[in-house]
Design a protein around this ligand. Structure first.
Ligand SMILES: [Zn+2]
Length: 394
């Protein structure tokens, strides 16, 4: 049984410097900054490389040590530190025309945490390592789909010396703002399953074929498309579903479609919900197709596993948020993050701050200053609490 000392056993509580964090956010946003307030910092671009140089200079300026691994991940530590590390950070690359906070916020909150702890001489500074991962977004034409730096990191020896990973991030959705929460402890990241639905009917003359004799694959596919939301809601009320690809063949105005194809995507927190949705989709597709004198085949196209974050680390984050006395919730992330990759190798947790209007991957991406600073303080407090917990164990 491990007991966690409360934060007030510290001689002095270390507070982050909010003005410095906010100034850093403004300065980093200027690298690759656009006139419309957005940021172009696609991985590997001149702006992305300049942002990495800038980050390295900020770490060095704080009296800390910085270096890069062969992939291009950039790290920082206080001098005299030793492993096992508590790693904290995110990414500084953006999508084209992205916002100033996606990724950047987590890196700069980690930087301010390291700086504040190091300046105050707090021993927790010596267990903290900060990171900006290479190519999280996968937005470059040559990218293999993103999460490149974190994936390479997890295949390296370095990860063996990391005991935990914390990623602060903006929510990128409207849920927290709508419900009035300042902070959220993230339970995990949704799994994403895609299915191809192929409906087979009978190609025929669109004028001479009586309606009751048609085997219209397009109409059957439309009914399946409409059913997809119900399928998702029945499987798990928090599941989201999308039909983003629709094809009707042969695709002529005067031919009854003989074939139709849909790509259905489901996102949910649990494997059980995704499997249930797949089974229900198959049943509903079969039923709709039969009623339209067609047949339907549903086949899995791809499956990205869900991530569950570490319960002890989530607890620790939850307790520091509670000590801050601000409205805090827990939620699942519907977008992918480096933390999802790390969670398969080390205990991992994420902290969200709200996104105004739920806007992300766009120039209007915004979070109120107060919540940006709160999230940074929650990170620092969690690093200190983690350090104290480990001290008790050793
Ligand atoms: Zn991100």
């Amino acid at each position: 049984m491990v007991t966690t000392p409360s934060l007030d056993t510290q001689a002095t509580r270390v507070t982050v410097r909010g003005d410095r964090l906010l100034a850093d956010i403004t300065r980093l946003a200027a690298i690759g900054g656009r006139l419309d307030g957005g940021v172009d910092r696609v991985a590997g671009s001149a702006a992305d490389l300049a942002a990495r140089d800038w980050l390295g200079a900020r770490i060095a300026e704080a009296g800390c040590v910085t270096w890069r691994d062969p992939t291009g991940n950039i790290f920082g530590r206080a001098p005299g530190g030793r492993d096992p590390w508590l790693l904290a950070g995110s990414h500084t690359d953006t999508v084209p025309g992205g916002g100033r906070l996606d990724g950047a916020y987590g890196v700069l909150a980690a930087l301010e945490t390291l700086r504040a702890l190091h300046e105050s001489g707090h021993p927790a500074a010596r267990c903290l390592e900060i990171v900006s991962f290479w190519d999280e977004e996968g937005a470059a034409p040559t990218s293999t789909g993103g999460l490149t730096g974190s994936t390479a990191f997890c295949a390296s020896d370095h990860v063996k010396r990391v005991a935990a990973f914390l990623e602060p991030h903006i929510e990128q959705g409207p849920r927290m703002e709508a419900a009035g929460f300042d902070l959220a402890v993230v339970d995990g990241i949704v799994g994403i399953d895609r299915h191809t639905v192929v409906v087979t009917g009978e190609t025929n003359h669109a004028g001479t074929t009586p309606t009751d004799r048609r085997a219209d694959a397009g109409r059957a596919a439309a009914r399946i498309l409409i059913a997809v939301r119900d399928v998702a809601a029945e499987a798990d009320p928090s599941m989201v579903a999308n039909v983003g690809c629709v094809e009707v063949l042969p695709g002529a105005p005067n031919v009854v479609p003989g074939e139709a194809r849909l790509v259905v995507e489901f996102r949910a927190a649990t494997r059980a919900a995704l499997d249930l949705a797949a089974a229900r989709l198959a049943a509903r597709a079969e039923e709709a197709a039969r009623e339209e004198r067609c047949t339907a085949a549903v086949t899995p196209l791809s499956s990205k596993p869900e991530s569950r974050f570490d319960p002890a680390l989530r607890d620790l984050l939850g307790r520091t948020c509670a000590d801050l006395g601000v409205p805090t919730t827990s939620m699942v992330s519907f977008a992918g993050h480096d933390a999802g990759v790390l969670s398969r190798h080390v205990p991992t947790a994420m902290l969200f701050v709200p996104s105004t209007g739920g806007v992300s991957h766009a120039p209007a991406e915004h979070t109120p200053d107060r919540q940006l600073v709160l999230g940074c303080q929650a990170l620092l407090d969690t690093v200190v609490a983690w350090y104290q917990t480990r001290g008790e164990r050793q």
